[in-house]
Write a protein that binds this ligand. Structure first.
Ligand code: 0WD
Length: 256
């Protein structure tokens, strides 16, 4: 039987079949998890429902959740509490920055754009961790998605790199806060994967080709590989690990 049998896991951020969160969904389903989904837009909900039907994956619940709005977070988690009760896992796979901030010089980042990227991509993890921990009364695991642009300068990633650095620091502080409730918080740092969000950053092709050239494994990663690594963090196999950032990037990060 599966590693996640009987576990209720909330997945945030399936926009379409290419989303990293969709790769994660397949891995979690494969291990027997009961899945709850959150979407920001009605449009993504429709797409998600079709996708679940096509792949014969049942959803325990689908709720609307905009991480920019505290009352939306509160409503979503109270709906989850009423319908599902206890949860054991949360997948945070959301980020946003304005298109015009993901090109050219970081020094040109606007005040607005800086704040928005941090709000949606980093503060959102703090807000949903606070809400989710109330439902994790049997312990739990929270996993977010980050990128190496937090550690190094990646052309055009700009404000998103700075927001990801904040996200990774949040993983550590949150891990300390909720560790006493037997809740773990970790991040996956994935290599570049072609998704709608990835298309928003200029120069995706260059980023992907540098991986095939330089990474020890000489190939790019896909949503399924990130899905399996995320599943590991949600399962008891990783019960001794918290506050960690795990690179799923064909080893690219070790190369100078
Ligand atoms: O190369 C890549 N694609 C990488 C992505 C490499 C390493 C990390 N990541 C990260 C991203 O930065 C992000 O944190 O993985 C995460 C998921 O990104 P993705 O799978 O590349 O992107 P996409 O398929 O566009 O999904 C992004 C989700 C969408 O989901 P919904 O369900 O809302 O359609 O983020 C959502 C976006 O709509 N999102 C929001 N969700 C809730 N509230 C919000 C918001 N305010 N804004 C964006």
């Amino acid at each position: 039987s599966g590693l996640l049998e009987g576990k209720n896991i909330v997945v945030m951020g399936v926009a379409n079949e290419r989303s990293i969160a969709w790769g994660i969904t397949k891995s979690l389903h494969h291990q027997g998890a009961n899945l709850i989904f959150t979407n920001r837009q009605e449009r993504s909900r429709k797409k998600l429902e079709k996708l679940l039907e096509k792949h014969d994956i049942p959803a325990k619940l689908i709720v609307s959740l905009d991480v920019a709005d505290d009352s939306s977070i509160e409503t979503a988690f109270s709906e989850i509490k009423d319908n599902v009760g206890i949860i054991h896992g949360l997948v945070h796979s959301v980020a946003f920055a304005k298109r015009e901030e993901l090109d050219g010089e970081y020094a040109d980042t606007s005040r607005d754009g800086y704040l928005l990227a941090h709000e949606i991509s980093a503060y959102s993890l703090v807000a949903v961790t606070r809400a989710a921990k109330e439902l994790m009364t049997e312990g739990g695991s929270i996993v977010t998605q980050t990128y190496i642009g937090s550690e190094r300068v990646i052309p055009n990633y700009n404000i998103m790199g700075v927001a990801k650095a904040s996200l990774e620091a949040s993983v550590r502080y949150l891990a300390e806060d909720v560790g006493k409730y037997d809740i773990r918080v970790n991040a996956i740092s994935a290599g570049p994967i072609r998704t709608i969000s990835a298309k928003g950053v200029s120069g995706f092709n260059e980023k992907a080709s540098v991986v095939t050239e330089k990474a020890p494994l000489r190939r790019n990663v896909d949503q399924d590989q990130v899905g399996d690594a995320t599943m590991f963090f949600l399962s008891d196999l990783s019960r001794g690990v918290t506050g960690e950032v795990l690179h799923v990037d064909s080893g690219f990060h070790i190369i100078g």
